[in-house]
Design a protein around this ligand. Structure first.
Ligand code: ADP
Ligand code: MG
Length: 256
């Protein structure tokens, strides 16, 4: 796991400024939620951290290494989206193994001559199976391994997406409103499971949500975003009881 630094990041789409100088330091193993109204730039900031968007200026570093121009596949981050993004034609087990197989491919592509001859090829297959097994055990989806995503409920699909994020042992988890397609009961249950994952893995999490209650209950710190800026980043208690800015108080619903 790793710490992350986002320093003075700006991003515009055409004429529209979307991130206006965002600076945020996240410690190793910390759980930080990004909250703010729709359109304030939460997903864009997460995508910049993931390497799916390049900032116009500013820097991103992971574990002390500047990755601002490093491609997404080489950042070793796991991202979970609201829409699950599972492959419909693959089984649950195959879906979960995708990041490991991609890593294997990249590895082999870099060593085209010797890749196929490596003595570890069989061992690698076994380690993929072991990693899939461990992740499915943790998320209690072992009975679903042979199903296709179309045969799963929304809650089950999101657990498969979480298991897929787990297998690669990432430097950090980036989650973009992962619960917003679930009904209220499943949301509460899955929220508890994500908190438990954080506790067990001792992993760095950045968690985007527009649900203040979710952020309050899960986070070490909450970053409140508005108009492409972070207005305040602090513990839930400080955000609630001692907001820096009237807009933070209004968004969180603090007592006036
Ligand atoms: P949030 O996740 O907080 O709802 P986003 O980061 O998705 O906000 O979007 C912030 C702003 O950037 C919105 O106005 C959105 O329309 C715009 N935006 C996001 N992605 C793109 C894109 N690829 N091209 C153009 N505009 C975009
Ligand atoms: Mg978003």
């Amino acid at each position: 796991m790793a710490d992350l630094q986002i320093t003075s990041v700006t991003k515009r789409f055409g004429e529209t400024p979307v991130l206006n100088g965002v600076t945020l330091d996240i410690a190793d193993s910390e759980f930080v939620s990004l909250v703010g109204p729709s359109g304030c730039g939460k997903s864009t900031l997460l995508r910049v951290i993931a390497g799916l968007e390049t900032p116009d200026s500013g820097a991103v570093s992971i574990g002390g290494a500047n990755v601002t121009t490093t491609r997404a596949a080489d950042r070793n981050l796991s991202m979970v989206f609201q829409s699950y993004a599972l492959y419909p034609h693959l089984t649950v087990a195959e879906n979960i193994a995708v990041p490991l197989r991609m890593r294997q491919l990249t590895h082999l592509q870099r060593m085209p001559l010797i890749g196929g001859l490596l003595p570890g090829a069989r061992g690698h297959r076994q380690s993929i199976a072991a990693a899939v097994n461990a992740a499915t055990e943790m998320l209690e989806i072992k009975s679903l391994l042979d199903r296709k995503p179309g045969q799963l409920s929304g809650g089950q699909r999101q657990r498969v997406a979480l298991a897929r994020a787990l297998v690669r042992d990432p430097a950090a988890f980036l989650l973009d409103e992962p619960l917003s397609n679930l009904d209220a009961k499943l949301r509460v249950q899955t929220r508890a499971e994500i908190a438990e994952l954080h506790r067990r893995l001792n992993a760095t999490f950045i968690y985007v949500t527009h649900d203040q209650v979710e952020a309050m209950t899960m986070s070490d710190r909450i970053a409140v975003m508005m108009g492409g800026e972070i207005l305040q980043c602090a513990t839930p208690e400080v955000i609630y009881e001692d907001p820096d800015d009237i807009r933070v108080a209004e968004f969180i619903g603090s007592p006036k």
